[in-house]
Each structure stands twice: as C-alpha cells, then as structure tokens.
Write a protein that binds this ligand. Structure first.
Ligand SMILES: [Zn+2]
Length: 176
C-alpha cells in the first residue's frame, strides 16, 4: 500500500460517503497496520487512493476508525499547531496551521453504530486534520504552502506570539 504524496491532485478531491462498510474492511485493516508501523497520528482513505469518507485517528494508546465523520461542534478558541502529514514528504516536515481547540465529532463505527467523540488540543487537531483530508483539504493548502523542518521548529512560546492564537488565560482559569 503506497501513500499518495503532495501535490498529487487526488489529495485535493472531496471523498464520497461510505455506503458499504464491509466492503472497506480489508482496506481499513491495512490502514491499521500502516499507521501502527509508522506511528502516525492518522491516515485518511484518500491518502491511499480510496475516495470514501473514512479515516483512522490516533486516540489514546490506539487508533479509532471514523466512518463518515463530521465535526458537529467546535470551540471558538483556536491554537496554532505544527503538523506533519504522511502525504507531505512522508511526514518529515511540518506546517503551521490553526485549529479549533476543542471539537466534537459524529461518526459511524465499524459495527455501523452512530457515535460521537470529543477531543481537545492535539487530539482535536488530529480529528480536524483527518476530516479535512476527506474534503480535499491538506495542511499545505491550509498552511499557505510553507514547510518547516523539525530542526527549525519554533518553540511553544514563539508559537504563542504568532497572534490570533487564544492561549488559555491563567487568571480566568483560576477564577473558575
Ligand atoms: Zn495528513
């Protein structure tokens, strides 16, 4: 199984809803093997050339398969994140993107049951990154095309000064 690499045009296409989960189980199995081997944060079907709306996301110590996921709630607050992508120089570079700090996702599980899951911080960013893939959105488009090598990655403090980033206000938090 090979992973499409940016700027492959397929990565900019919108995926169609999954209608037959069973038919996709072999691909999902292979995707599990792949993300575990690469210790990836996630992988969307489009990245292996399947134009249907499913993806794997790192969740706790394992991975979660999201079928037909959609973000149903987001926080207004956003954070700058540095993200890599297996479709961008095989994850060896980073791109700065802005993400909602919290999201709630509705999806169908492998048994066909409707479910929801919430994420904060990095977990929220992983959900947004993979669901973006299903809409043909990549970090290269979102991040304006600038890549950063890990060696040149800014510190958290520098990222906090990038503006438009709403860091949790310590005083407000204490007041609660
Ligand atoms: Zn990606």
């Amino acid at each position: 199984m090979s992973i499409l690499q940016w700027p492959d045009k397929t990565l900019r296409k919108k995926s169609e809803p999954v209608t037959d989960i069973e038919r996709r189980l072999p691909a999902i199995e292979e995707m599990y093997v792949l993300v575990r081997a690469k210790r990836a944060r996630g992988l969307a079907a489009v990245q292996i050339g399947i134009m249907e709306r499913f993806c794997l996301v790192q969740y706790g110590d394992d991975y979660l398969c999201l079928i037909n996921p959609s973000i149903i709630k987001t926080s207004e607050k956003t954070s700058w994140m540095l993200e890599g992508c297996l479709s961008l120089q095989e994850g060896k570079v980073l791109v700065r993107v802005q993400r909602h700090r919290r999201v709630k996702v509705a999806y169908t599980d492998l048994a066909g049951e409707p479910r929801t899951v919430k994420g904060t911080g990095v977990q929220a960013a992983i959900f947004q990154h993979e669901i973006d893939h299903l809409d043909g959105m990549t970090i290269m488009i979102k991040g304006g095309g600038q890549v950063i090598t890990p060696a040149a990655a800014p510190t958290r403090a520098q990222m906090a000064n990038w503006g438009d980033s709403h860091r949790p206000n310590r005083r407000a938090r204490r007041a609660r």
